[in-house]
Design a protein around this ligand. Structure first.
Ligand SMILES: Cc1ncc(COP(=O)(O)O)c(C=O)c1O
Length: 395
């Protein structure tokens, strides 16, 4: 059998800290490695496998579309793209859609849209206010938008026009707003920053400020959207509506697909001002349509809410048991456990040995982002493994 880690080291750029396991197959919330060992997957492709691995509705949609039409370019109309755009509009507060291939492309496109709006309606305003600990993607501009110095420092100088302010602090946004500001861009709940929830009134206060100043509110729902936090979109839980929203990750249950959605008033691109070769191709959109339709028809967001509460309760119990667990936080199936010291990697390895895959989102924090179709049984199993893993670390 090949030594895949060695070959990876030889041929692949050194960008990822890999967990030492080579996965070859998945079904539902389970994956198998090359030796046939089974794991319960609470990483879910980094919050991507919303319907789990190889869900039949996604497999069937992709298979049928692959036999029919894979790519045509956006020079032509294609039916899966239009059907998915319609489904997104019918089930959100937004009016228009543009498809990209990834999350970073969606947020970058959203910023371009806001800059275009600034040029047309706000006397050329172009600055976008974002928050510390945010994550908006890995392009150069989205690295500037992402308020985390560790991602920014290797690439200085960064593109201009981004102001990073403290999260959960409306006054900081107000202080950073000038006549050059065209938009505020936020994750409704921060994912990669460690799963940070806003205060209940933060998003409505930011919405009111954007309205007062006539600037746009962009919500990056790439991680929180498509049912992950217990509603189809996180904004529903805060009784606000964004002007622009970005999606990706869970939208096509593993097939790469991102989207920018905008209200009619913010949808100011003219023909030729934005584009993509692959974005919104029939294959990805067929997967997206099958995923989203299933999520809506079967209230998968409701399942994420209920199972998520059960998971959070179980993690709270472990917090009572282990004094080095200092916090449990999250919504739906986006949940984190924080430790008093940087033992995240040891906890991850102790879980791996026992057959549970988890994500170490910060040196002292684990994140749980399983498929949205899991039930309490899988949660019990994961909690049992986590309990044993944490217990092994106390000895
Ligand atoms: C909130 C948010 N925005 C943007 C991105 C970037 O998405 P992608 O990795 O698909 O470019 C991510 C990825 O983790 C994310 O969580």
């Amino acid at each position: 059998m090949s030594n895949w880690p060695e070959l990876e080291k030889k041929y692949f750029m050194n960008t990822f800290t890999r967990t030492p396991v080579t996965l070859v197959r998945g079904e539902g919330a389970r994956v198998w490695d090359e030796d046939g060992r089974e794991y319960l997957d609470f990483v879910g492709g980094w919050a991507v496998n919303s319907l789990g691995h190889c869900h039949p509705v996604v497999v069937d949609a992709v298979t049928e579309q692959a036999h029919t039409l894979i790519q045509t370019s956006n020079q032509f109309y294609t039916i899966p793209q239009i059907r998915l755009a319609e489904l997104l509009v019918q089930n959100s507060c937004l009016d228009k859609v543009f498809f990209s291939n990834s999350g970073a492309e969606a947020t970058e496109g959203a910023v371009k849209l806001a800059r275009r709006y600034g040029k047309l309606k706000l006397n050329g305003a172009y600055e976008v206010i974002t928050t510390m600990n945010s994550f908006h993607g890995r392009t150069l501009a989205m690295t500037a938008a992402t308020g985390q110095p560790k991602f920014q420092e290797p690439y200085l100088p960064l593109p201009v026009g981004f102001i990073n302010v403290e999260y959960n602090n409306t006054e900081a946004i107000k202080a950073a707003t000038t006549n050059q500001t065209c938009a505020v861009m936020l994750e409704p709940m921060q994912g990669e920053g460690g799963v940070n929830l806003p205060d209940d009134d933060y998003l409505s206060a930011v919405r009111a400020w954007c309205d007062q100043k006539g600037i746009l509110l962009i919500l990056d729902e790439i991680q929180t959207g498509i049912g992950r936090v217990g509603t189809l979109f996180a904004y529903e839980q805060y009784d606000i509506e964004p002007d622009i929203m970005t999606l990706a990750k869970g939208m096509a249950s593993g097939v790469p697909l991102g989207a920018i959605l905008a209200k009619d008033g913010a949808s100011v691109f003219a023909a030729g001002e934005h584009g993509s070769t692959f974005g919104g191709n029939p294959l990805a959109c067929a997967a997206g349509y099958a995923t989203l339709k299933f999520i809506i028809d079967h209230d998968i967001a409701g399942n994420a809410r209920e199972v998520g509460q059960y998971l959070s309760k179980g993690l709270e119990n472990l917090k009572q048991k282990y004094e080095f667990v200092t916090d449990v936080r999250g919504r739906g199936l986006l949940v984190a456990m924080e430790f008093s010291s940087d033992i995240g990697q040891s906890a991850l390895m102790a879980c791996l040995e026992r057959g549970l895959l988890v994500n170490r989102v910060k040196p002292n924090t684990l994140r749980f982002i399983p498929p949205l179709i899991i039930g309490n049984k899988e949660v019990d199993q994961a909690l049992d493994i986590l309990d044993k893993a944490l217990s092994s670390m106390t000895g």
